[in-house]
Design a protein around this ligand. Structure first.
Ligand code: FES
Ligand SMILES: [Fe+2]
Length: 325
């Protein structure tokens, strides 16, 4: 690999979030760039989210820049051809007869799209194969009696998607990047596209004003589930009860879009609110510490590891199932 190219890993297949649901009104059109492709996301008049390749098969206009929703279709800004969310040409306003190439067949690549967990998701496969597992539904994202509204954070990071996920098994970095005095001990189980880790650890203790108490820690447990490369869910119980849905979407081989959707039980006391806020801030602070490394690192396909490192090879073996070949 040339030293100028930091990754030679392909983009893996899976379900990926492309937008929070609330960011797309009925009739809205958005240009997207994910999977190293130009895409268009739109919401039809009846409210369905759809994703297509962006370039019009007529003369190449970008449907995401000036395209408009007409009923259940998107109209191209250049000559007004209309396409359904399944990539069929539904209407050419000035043609008497449609070209044979668009009759009864799709003429733009479309991506299987689902909306759940307050986000819009697409299935990406480099060879355009059908979804290989269903999108997971997270009940905690909907129960508003117990859980609060969603708190949302996002980052664009210059690294390959495999590296962001590898963080959880890289034991030694907790001490050096996050200056955590404890290395979490995790029990990891894998089952096809699923991966579940249960972690017992220690976290910073706080006094009643929310100030960290020096050298004092409290026990916590943490469960993390992943479904494929782009979708994780974590629940932390200890000083506070917090859940986080994390989505990671490849922009290219060397860039990802990370989104964190946090929820926590409606706090009953000011103290509980402080702990929760402190926990969310801490998660974001840790990610930002990781980003400082991720933004500049390269991928070592054959790393020299030592006995204190975590199960990096096992993790990579699991992840490799999402690559074609
Ligand atoms: S380029 Fe889209 S209709 Fe002509
Ligand atoms: Fe980290």
């Amino acid at each position: 690999m040339s030293q100028n190219k930091r990754y030679n890993l392909p983009i893996p297949f899976g379900w990926y979030a492309v937008s929070p649901s609330g960011e797309l009104e009925n009739g809205a059109v958005k240009a997207l760039h994910y999977f190293d492709r130009e895409l268009v996301l739109f919401r039809t008049e009846s409210g369905e989210a759809k994703v297509l390749d962006a370039f019009c098969p007529h003369l190449g206009a970008h449907l995401g820049h000036g395209g408009s929703v007409v009923g259940e279709s998107i109209a191209c800004p250049f000559h007004g051809w209309q396409f359904s969310g399944e990539g069929m040409c539904e209407h050419i306003p000035y043609a008497e007869k449609k070209p044979a190439k668009v009759v009864d067949q799709a003429c733009i690549r479309h991506y299987p799209t689902r909306e759940d967990n307050h986000a819009i998701w697409v299935w990406y496969h480099p060879q355009d194969k059908a979804p290989q597992w269903p999108l997971e539904h997270i009940p905690e994202m909907f129960d508003l009696e117990y859980w609060s509204e969603t708190h949302f954070r996002e980052w664009v990071v210059n690294c390959h998607i495999q590296d962001t996920n590898e963080n959880g098994v890289d034991k030694a970095h907790f001490a050096y990047v996050h200056t955590s005095p404890f290395v979490p001990s995790a029990d990891v189980k894998v089952d096809g596209h699923r991966r579940v880790s249960e972690v017992q650890g220690q976290s910073q203790a706080f006094d009643e004003t929310g100030t960290p108490i020096k050298d004092q820690f409290m026990a916590h447990s943490f469960i993390s589930k992943s479904w494929g490369p782009g979708f994780t869910w974590q629940r932390f119980q200890g000083a506070t009860d917090t859940m986080m849905m994390g989505t990671i979407t490849p922009i290219s081989q060397e860039q990802v879009h990370m989104r964190f959707f946090f929820r926590y039980p409606k706090p009953e006391t000011d103290m509980a609110a402080l702990f929760t806020q402190g926990y969310m801030d801490e998660m974001c602070r840790q990610v930002e510490q990781d980003i400082q490394i991720w933004n500049y690192k390269c991928y070592q396909p054959n790393p020299i590891l030592c006995d204190g490192d975590g199960p990096i090879h096992q993790y990579r073996k699991w992840f490799s199932q999402f690559y074609v070949e």
